[in-house]
Ligand binder design. Structure first.
Ligand code: C2E
Ligand code: CA
Ligand code: CA
Length: 244
């Protein structure tokens, strides 16, 4: 019923290129407007993963984002790259990516403008052949990111064999880093990613000091409150026009 009543709303959090400091895209994040209050995703996503409603919700968010991208394409000609979260619950369905691809076709969207974020913990489920899943996503032309990297204890050899484009380094690594030292775990993750020709993004960057530290690391992209909190579609449109 909440879906029908359009209680789920998308906010966009800008992503900024480290070298140019220009906005390059955003992550789409869901919000539930329930009885006049905004419920954060942490309060309902775990439940929706258990009762599988997440499959419907993710597809709904995906389609809404495609509509937004189609609208921006019409209005501006160029569009940002948008990251969308995909729960691992989708992976048990053989052809889940077909449905995603059909939606992009329906709205005439270039799939290289869509980055599917998959959490690192989703890659370590023995019931799922993750390499097969990632290959099927890549074959369709989507960009693939591993989200919350460093929190899921996937093996490093696995990382080497996974067809991914981007590692999203979890917030804990920048939070724990001693900004006076170059001997933090985050330095080694960025080094490893470069060796594997995988791009890096650091999320949860809140201060100028953290942003400067990341710039020196030659990490590719920053996402965090330092540049912007998640904002409405209209605010993001304005932000992207001014900062890209
Ligand atoms: P996530 O994918 O790791 O998203 C990043 C979260 O960090 C977001 O929380 C964002 O608001 C927050 N964040 C970004 N920058 C900062 C910062 O500088 N400081 C701090 N303290 N936080 C920051 P949010 O929006 O509450 O989302 C929580 C989680 O819910 C997401 O974590 C994601 O796992 C899940 N989620 C959100 N939308 C969707 C969706 O449409 N589908 C699925 N499957 N999961 C979603
Ligand atoms: Ca994410
Ligand atoms: Ca994350």
């Amino acid at each position: 019923q909440a879906l029908k009543d359009k209680e789920f709303v998308i906010v966009y959090q800008p992503k900024t290129a480290v070298n140019t400091e220009k906005a390059i895209g955003a992550e789409a994040l869901v919000r539930w407007h329930k009885d006049g209050k905004e419920v954060p995703p942490g309060k309902f996503i775990p439940l929706f993963e258990r009762n599988k409603f997440i499959i419907k919700l993710d597809l709904y968010i995906f389609e809404q984002v495609c509509k937004d991208i189609a609208f921006w394409k019409e209005k501006y000609g160029t569009v940002p790259i948008v990251s969308i979260n995909v729960s691992k619950e989708h992976f048990v369905h053989e052809n889940f990516i077909e449905e995603y691809a059909q939606i992009t076709d329906k709205y005439g969207i270039d799939r290289s403008k869509i980055d599917l974020e998959i959490t690192e913990s989703a890659t370590i489920d023995d019931k799922i052949d993750i390499i097969k899943v990632l290959n099927s996503i890549k074959e369709k032309g989507f960009v693939v990111s591993i989200d919350d990297f460093g929190t899921g204890y996937s093996s490093l050899s696995m990382l080497q064999s996974m067809p991914i484009d981007i590692i999203k380094i979890d917030k804990v690594f920048i939070d724990k880093a001693n900004l006076q030292s170059d001997n933090n775990i985050i330095n080694y993750i960025v080094y490893l990613a470069k060796r594997l020709s995988v791009k890096t993004i650091v999320e949860g960057v809140e201060t100028k000091e953290q942003a400067n530290y990341i710039k020196n690391l030659k990490c590719d992209v920053i996402q965090g409150y330092y540049y912007s909190k998640p904002i409405s579609k209209e605010e993001f449109e304005d932000y992207f026009t001014k900062n890209s």
